[in-house]
Write a protein that binds this ligand. Structure first.
Ligand SMILES: NC(=O)c1ccc[n+]([C@@H]2O[C@H](COP(=O)([O-])OP(=O)(O)OC[C@H]3O[C@@H](n4cnc5c(N)ncnc54)[C@H](O)[C@@H]3O)[C@@H](O)[C@H]2O)c1
Length: 262
């Protein structure tokens, strides 16, 4: 069991499937959690579950809004929280980009607006959070940044498994997930002299109510022969957030049941 006593974790997009699991597990492991996300039902659910916990606080924060990122970091500090772990977890997924139930366009019909909207959240947003961490935290006390990539960061998507599915893998997603590891390795050296580390976690396919058909198709690509559970990604995330990961920097950690090893 990883002990996160003494860790204050600032997390973006914390209301999603994985984010909410990290919040729950980190609080249980003794961390304080500064949770952020867009306002809405996910944020409400987090507040409902953890709102009474004195080790938990929630701020509305859109990572694509430059002024908001700066302002929220400053409010967090002014409110007396001192994050020493920052987790760039927020991302636009397909459904979020297109709207629920809307079908995804083919690559040829992908608009520049949708491509750039994804870049703005998944990559520019992560950059702005890291930059604010540099301004407010790095060099003042030891800290770590964890960037979230995907099994589709450095591996191409298996487009066939999405045939006939209500969701698809889209180009901007893989582009941003590869890019975020570029941010990790760039920052690792840049921060090395200032007691700050930075790593990337690349989760595999996580089960979230997918159909039997999709589970079967994706499992063929995974050595473990099944999708992952949110808690299995959290197990590794908690380690990366802990002092035990202090000698790791610039690394990409795959948590994908062997998907990337075949
Ligand atoms: N679930 C998976 O199978 C999987 C696999 C690989 C990587 N990942 C990555 O893990 C992270 C979490 O994924 P998840 O499965 O929990 O996704 P999710 O869609 O359930 O959650 C994403 C969260 O990001 C938030 N978000 C979106 N745009 C935002 C913005 N502009 N500002 C702030 N927050 C914003 C959403 O509100 C949501 O709470 C993402 O970076 C995702 O790419 C997930």
């Amino acid at each position: 069991m990883v002990d996160l006593t003494g860790r204050t974790v600032f997390i973006t997009g914390s209301g999603g499937v994985l984010g909410s699991t990290y919040v729950r597990r980190m609080l249980a492991a003794g961390a304080k959690v500064v949770s952020t996300d867009l306002p809405g039902p996910r944020a409400d659910a987090l507040l409902e579950t953890h709102g009474d916990n004195p080790d938990f606080v929630f701020y509305d924060m859109d990572v694509s809004d430059e002024a908001a990122v700066t302002a929220i970091f400053q409010r967090v500090m002014a409110d007396g929280w001192q994050p020493n772990v920052v987790l760039n977890n927020a991302a636009i997924t397909g459904e979020m980009l297109m709207g629920k139930g809307k079908s995804f366009p083919d690559f040829a019909d992908t608009t520049v607006e949708d491509f750039e909207k994804t870049l703005r959240t998944n990559l520019t947003g992560a950059f702005m959070v890291a930059r604010q961490m540099d301004r407010d935290i790095v060099g003042k006390y030891p800290a770590t940044l964890i960037n979230v990539a995907s099994m589709y960061a450095l591996n191409g998507a298996h487009h066939r498994i999405y045939d006939g599915m209500p969701f698809k893998n889209f180009s901007a997603y893989g582009v941003t997930k590869a890019g975020i590891h570029g941010l990790t390795v760039w920052l690792a050296g840049y921060w090395a002299g200032r007691q700050a580390t930075v790593n990337t976690i690349a989760p595999g396919a996580v089960f979230n109510g997918h159909s039997e058909e999709f589970q079967s198709r994706v499992s063929e690509l995974i050595m473990a022969d099944r999708m992952g559970k949110p808690d299995e990604i959290a197990d590794v995330m908690l380690f990366l957030a802990s002092e035990g990961a202090g000698y790791m920097t610039g690394q990409l950690v795959n948590v994908d049941g062997g998907f990337s090893a075949w």
